[in-house]
Design a protein around this ligand. Sequence first.
Ligand SMILES: Nc1nc2c(c(=O)[nH]1)N[C@H]1C(S)=C(S)[C@@H](COP(=O)(O)OP(=O)(O)OC[C@H]3O[C@@H](n4cnc5c(N)ncnc54)[C@H](O)[C@@H]3O)O[C@H]1N2
Ligand code: MOO
Length: 396
Amino acid sequence: MASHPTTSLPWPDARRAVHAAGAAAMRAPVTVPLVEAEGLTLAEPLTARAPMPAFPTSSVDGWAVRGAGPWRITGQVLAGSPAPALTTDGTCVEIATGAMVPTGASVIVRVEDSTVSGDEVTGEARAPHEWRDIGEEAAGGEELMPAGTRINPAVLGLAASAGHDVLRVHKAPKVATLVFGDELLVEGVAGDGRVRDALGPQVPAWLRRLGAEALPPVVPVPDTLDAHVDALKKALDGGADLICTTGGTMHGPVDHLHPALKELGAEYVVNTVEVRPGFPMLVAALPGGRFVCGLPGNPQSAVVALVTLVMPLLAGLVGAPVPPLGTVTLGAEVPGRGGHTHLALVRRDPADGLAYPLPHANSAMLRGLARAIGFAVVAPDTTGTPGASVPLVALP
Ligand SMILES: Nc1nc2c(c(=O)[nH]1)N[C@H]1C(S)=C(S)[C@@H](COP(=O)(O)OP(=O)(O)OC[C@H]3O[C@@H](n4cnc5c(N)ncnc54)[C@H](O)[C@@H]3O)O[C@H]1N2
Ligand code: MOO
């Protein structure tokens, strides 16, 4: 590894490069029961194991009738039982919502549209017919969700409906957080040159939202090369697939990240990105398909690095696509940052739906971030003008 290479990448290229590196290091999928699958990622497309629905299913309570009325009641079919066929015109069965529609039924008359006298029913059916046809939602074998889908509660429900008891998934990558800096306090108020650690509390929380299994942060890792190397090795011994470090990405007197990476034999995937704030961010690959992501120490810059590098890297590791960007329409001018991409904190105004830049958005500040929906992306050598549609990196 060269010392201090500054092969700075444009912001879109950096996202793609780390995603590709993650995808190349993807682990083998595992099989888990549905109850353990929430938040994990589908390793195979989710398919319907049978037509959905598997049988014609009444969508109302009423009468499944055959032929023209009036209809003589010959029985009842409830949800959960097979339905005997209706074989004679002028007959009907009482049917419950969710019950299997008997073969031979012409229509279903709703209970509220019917009159019963003795064992005879009269009434009128509504159009279109009041049942769900076999395979109306999906044919047997049809793909419902692609591989790479993050399993949310709705996907879990869909998988169950589609007949799955277990799923092939990519497990959540294990991610360690190492917070560098002798100036950091882990409690109380800043003063006398010391500042409160603002990253130990938030980085693991962002990581969990990105689908990682976040290990408890190590805070602070002392500002010596030995302590950095030791902490990185311990995290690897602890099974981390990715180690997020904070601070020390530059080359100041106590910035030891680059020398520590060199000692571990790491290879840069990305070393600095043409983005403001946060340009000194990096991702380095370690032997065995593991990674270190260096988040800059300025707290907002660290979050810019999380969404720029960690988000696509984690996506690659679990076989998900490069996280797509959203779009916002700007309500006010957002300046560019020269030849760099500007990730500008924005809020969305509930009155006009437009995105406005936030105050207190300096890279050392978190006040703007705490009110933001995400970062508007202002391309190099441009200005975000009011009314312009620009990409949005939504906060996870
Ligand atoms: N000579 C130059 N110096 C700096 C440059 C530059 O271009 N030339 N760039 C600046 C930029 S931009 C950034 S970003 C920082 C990145 O620095 P490091 O990643 O090496 O971070 P540190 O020096 O350790 O810390 C920077 C800043 O952030 C505070 N910090 C660090 N960790 C935390 C934490 N967990 N919670 C709260 N605050 C934290 C730290 O006290 C510093 O104030 O480099 C600039 N320098
Ligand atoms: O790039 Mo630094 O992250 O602007 O503060």
